[in-house]
Write a protein that binds this ligand. Structure first.
Ligand code: OAD
Length: 251
């Protein structure tokens, strides 16, 4: 999308200047400009014939553990080859001006941490972590196998990515932190998410119900289209740096 200026409402600029706590829900859209395909855009290349919902489930892993492991290995290596984009970097920069900035991400790519954000709540896990499918413990080192997935070095169960699959519960601690940050923030951003997957999508309602100023950033004007929100319709990688500059000139 060509670079263009986005008007940041002056009221929102003032609100952000006086904010003590900001909570930011992010989805796949904030990593799109780093080159990572979103979920509900067409799946790139090799995986075009699969539907994420048919790969990211315990049943899919049960049915075909090798296919699921290889799909995640492909995405894991993609993540190591890409970098945080100006959208991730702008969110990290906010920490220099606002006492508490909590990023609540549905993404599993770790790009917020690599951009420098220090309070990141991973609702759906992290693709760079691997855990035992039997015991659930995270495994740091494993023997690669000629017939993946590799086996847990402790119990010889199959290893799996440490991410939340459809139908699985979100990590309790992460959800608790996300709810606390959302319920107590002055400004809540929802950036790059179609808002179709719960419970993450419920955080926007919690924010609104708690009296926070809600800001949606998404090129799709229909995504999370509810009244009384600030909406900035465009790519996060362009809007966020402009927003940070408008609120904290010279940032
Ligand atoms: P989706 O693929 O559902 O939605 C991505 C959103 O990002 C869409 O609304 C796009 O319009 C928007 N978008 C695209 N490019 C953008 C850009 N440059 N800047 C800002 N927004 C942009 O991805 P999620 O909403 O993250 O769950 O999906 C939520 C969950 O569903 C994922 O975490 C995953 C998936 O199944 C699990 O894996 C459990």
């Amino acid at each position: 999308m060509p670079e263009r200026p986005y008007a940041i409402p002056q009221e929102l600029v003032e609100r952000l200047r006086t904010a003590n706590k900001i909570a930011i829900l992010t989805g796949a859209g904030i990593s799109a400009e780093s080159g990572i395909p979103t979920f509900r855009d067409a799946l790139a290349g090799l995986w075009a014939q699969y539907n994420p919902e048919d790969l990211a489930t315990p049943e899919a892993f049960e049915r075909n553990p090798r296919l699921v492991w290889e799909w995640y290995s492909e995405r894991r290596s993609l993540v190591t080859q890409v970098s945080p984009n100006p959208g991730h970097l702008a969110l990290a920069a906010m920490e220099r001006f606002v006492p508490t900035v909590t990023v609540i991400t549905q993404n599993v790519d770790g790009l917020h941490q690599r951009a420098g954000s220090t309070r990141v709540v991973e609702l759906h896990g992290n693709i760079s972590r691997v855990k035992c499918s039997q015991e659930g413990i995270v495994v740091e080192h494993w023997e690669e196998s000629s017939t993946p997935p590799p086996l847990c070095p402790f119990c010889h169960g199959l290893l799996r990515p440490d991410v939340v699959w459809f139908g699985e519960l979100l990590p309790e601690q992460a959800m608790r932190e996300a709810i606390k940050a959302t319920a107590t923030c002055d400004v809540f951003f929802s950036i790059g998410t179609s808002g179709q997957v719960y419970p993450a999508a419920s955080l926007v309602d919690l924010a609104r119900g708690s009296g926070a100023t809600v800001v949606v950033i998404n090129p799709d004007e229909k995504a999370q289209a509810l009244p009384s929100f600030y909406r900035l319709n465009g790519p996060a990688g362009q809007i966020l740096p402009q927003l940070v500059q408008a609120v904290w000139p010279g940032a």
